[in-house]
Ligand binder design. Structure first.
Ligand code: CP
Length: 306
């Protein structure tokens, strides 16, 4: 169903397609060795115009664990971008060599543009402050693993909701499930963009906004923390003023339900104290493991190998 498609936005796949993909990812989690030769002879290019640890490494690890191979760059200055080549021309060229392109770029819309010019499927690995749909697949697989369902959950997203692309994608995708409710926890300066709030309102998806983490925690099934995105601020002074607005501590965790889970796309800066890491409800380092498995499933689906 997903063969030769690109994944640019969080709702490019229908709910049924997403659920099918998560089903395959679940099978890979249970028996990863059974898929070790699935992508033999296939080649993935990863074009990272912005830094990454999890997304870059997990895509590389996913392709290698499927028996495929990867090429690419983490520093665009080692490519002809340094000579002024447009991303459209780079896409036209690189897609002649490979079966799949993964791209991260600081500009909103860059992945969509690349997908228009590439001769192969393109995966958006983060475009500026816009979207990060494969992080959302990671998040959905994690939530389904721990909560066994999406329907009826209350999810609190906390931190930089203005620039946090993982949050924009998660809310857009998660809002398609029945009876979900959102709590947007941020300082006013980092509030959720209007276009997302307006979309939720139009679809009558319940959400509330607050700047109090303590007041929000007791009602949550999922607490999704995020860092303040320093690289998107125009003013360093403004970043320094807001960066430690929320810090999740053991004392605040004590206010949460016993079966609440705490997630974070990472990297973490100060917003979760290290003392929280040992709480069994803190699942963010398991979340990164699910990221590799869900990307294995995504690669197989887009290449038509499942
Ligand atoms: N979650 C995430 O996108 O992490 P990286 O920036 O390390 O890829």
């Amino acid at each position: 169903m997903l063969k030769n498609r690109s994944l640019i936005g969080p709702d490019d796949f229908t709910v049924a397609e997403t659920d099918e993909l998560l089903g395959l990812a679940g099978r890979i989690v249970r028996e990863p060795g059974a898929f070790s030769g699935a992508c033999a002879g296939k080649l993935l290019a990863s074009l990272f115009y912005e830094p990454s640890t999890r997304t870059k490494f997990s895509f590389d690890a996913a392709m290698l664990r499927l028996g495929g191979q990867t090429i690419g760059f983490s520093d665009p200055l080692t490519s002809s971008a340094a000579k002024g080549e447009t991303i459209a021309d780079s896409a036209r060229t690189i897609s002649k060599y490979v079966d799949l392109i993964v791209v991260r770029h600081p500009k909103e819309g860059a992945a969509k543009l690349i997908s228009r010019y590439a001769d192969c499927p393109v995966i958006n690995a983060g475009d500026g402050g816009h979207h990060h749909p494969t992080q959302t697949l990671t998040d959905l697989l994690t939530i389904r693993h721990y909560k066994k369902r999406f329907e009826g959950l209350s999810i609190g997203v906390c931190g930089d909701l203005k620039f946090g692309r993982t949050i924009h994608s998660l809310v857009t995708s998660f809002s398609r499930y029945e009876n979900v409710r959102f709590l947007f926890i941020s300082p006013e300066e980092l509030a959720m963009p209007g276009y997302i709030r307006e979309d939720l309102a139009a679809r009558k998806i319940p959400y509330a906004e607050t700047d109090s983490l303590e007041a929000s925690i007791p009602e949550l099934d999922v607490l999704y923390m995020s860092r303040v995105q320093r690289e998107r601020f125009i003013s360093e002074e403004e970043y320094l003023r807001l960066k430690d607005f929320f810090i999740l501590t053991k004392d605040k965790m004590a206010l949460g339900k016993p079966d609440m889970i705490v997630m974070h796309p990472l990297p973490r800066i100060n917003e979760i104290a290290a003392e929280v890491d040992d709480d069994p409800r803190a699942v963010y380092f398991e979340q990164v493991r699910f990221g590799m498995y869900v990307r294995m499933a995504l690669i197989m689906k887009l290449l038509g190998l499942e």
